[in-house]
Design a protein. Structure first.
Ligand SMILES: [Fe+2]
Ligand SMILES: [Fe+2]
Length: 190
């Protein structure tokens, strides 16, 4: 199954070699973290391979894969469409309906509150895979080997800082997720 999915992704992102390199970086990182944290490595590989698969599809094409509610909910943040449409594409093309995998793809951009181990791993791997050119990436990866919650919080902070530096306003959903993991680290949740 993995081989077929890999070929599909290679073909789909064929015109985007940098993105493809990123996707395989996320896959390798996610598999390493899955192994360390004792979860299914195949689920991690599938979620990683598919997380950005619709990134270069037109918004119109992505909307074909979304339900009305999601479209409305994220109308101001169409960046979210590629996460939701990628999950839907995995369901339609490969008949994979594993909620762990689908949710990890759906939540890879902002993260969310109370994530599963797989969701955290995909979120973190997306942020810190070796082709990422930001200084904290290796620190996040090292931290993730020991403490996924802490690495999640740092990766969320890095994403919010990046957006703010670029002049964008992070969504409330993204900020809420970050504040949730701040509380987890402070020991106030769990
Ligand atoms: Fe993405
Ligand atoms: Fe990505």
């Amino acid at each position: 199954m993995i081989d077929v999915i890999e070929q599909f992704v290679i073909q789909k992102l064929g015109d985007h070699p940098k993105r493809l390199k990123h996707v395989f970086g996320v896959k390798d990182t996610a598999v390493i973290l899955a192994k360390i944290h004792g979860i299914d490595q195949e689920q991690a590989a599938i979620a990683a391979l598919f997380h950005d698969v619709t990134k270069y599809d037109s918004i119109e094409a992505q909307k074909q894969l979304l339900d009305e509610n999601s479209m409305m909910k994220y109308a101001e943040y169409p960046v979210m469409y590629h996460a939701l449409s990628a999950a839907k594409l995995l369901e339609t093309v490969f008949d994979i309906h594993d909620l762990h995998v689908l949710n990890a793809i759906k939540h890879h951009i902002w993260g969310t509150k109370d994530m599963t181990t797989l969701e955290k791993i995909i979120f973190i791997a997306d942020s810190c895979e070796p082709n990422r050119e930001f200084d904290d990436a290796p620190i996040i990866f090292e931290l993730a080997k020991k403490d996924l919650d802490h690495a999640t919080m740092i990766a969320m902070k890095a994403s919010i800082d990046y957006l703010e530096k670029k002049g964008y306003t992070p969504s409330q959903e993204q900020l809420d997720a970050y504040h949730y993991y701040q509380e987890v680290i402070r020991g106030k949740i769990k």
